[in-house]
Write a protein that binds this ligand. Structure first.
Ligand code: ZN
Length: 163
């Protein structure tokens, strides 16, 4: 499991130098400078540059969200490749979330890293068949965790699972 570039490692009440960010997140200092060029705010223009933890956290989360929005319907966001990638269908799982959503997760077909995104239960069957899967989706690919998702097209599958 990769913890690189994980916003949760950033403390919001402290400030960081470029080097500290680079070490905390395991990214190249050049990457951090690119974030600054791309709009990550710095506290002031004095050297060394200081970045407020809260600003950094917001920037990373926004970046991740943007990437996730760029995924094609049958792609996942790979945390290792840091971009949308096709998942390995054998690893793919749809986890029930409240409000008719599903957490779609699996392994990146390219690097085997963890990949995920959120989709609507309505789209689960279609995503599955686009990836070459056969319907109905096998139970091991559907995780309910006690949720009763609304508006999903898989009632029969879930009924079977309860037996
Ligand atoms: Zn990957």
């Amino acid at each position: 499991m990769s913890s690189r570039n994980n916003p949760n490692r950033i403390k919001i009440h402290r400030s960081y130098t470029v080097i500290e960010i680079s070490e905390t997140l395991g990214v190249h200092p050049k990457t951090v400078r690119n974030w600054i060029h791309a709009g990550l705010s710095v506290i002031d223009e004095t050297r060394p540059l200081l970045i407020q933890g809260a600003d950094l956290k917001r920037h990373l989360k926004q970046k991740r969200k943007t990437y996730m929005q760029q995924c094609e319907p049958n792609e996942l966001y790979c945390f290792k490749c840091k971009q949308p990638k096709a998942p390995d269908i054998k690893s793919l799982q749809f986890v029930a979330m409240p409000a008719g959503m599903a957490h779609m997760k699996g392994r990146c077909d390219e690097c085997r890293g963890k990949a995920n995104k959120y989709v609507s239960w309505r789209d689960v069957n279609q995503i599955w068949t686009e990836l070459g899967g056969k319907l109905p989706i096998a139970e091991k690919h559907l995780i309910l965790r006690g949720q009763k998702p609304l508006n999903y097209p898989l009632a029969k599958v879930f009924d079977d699972e309860k037996k």
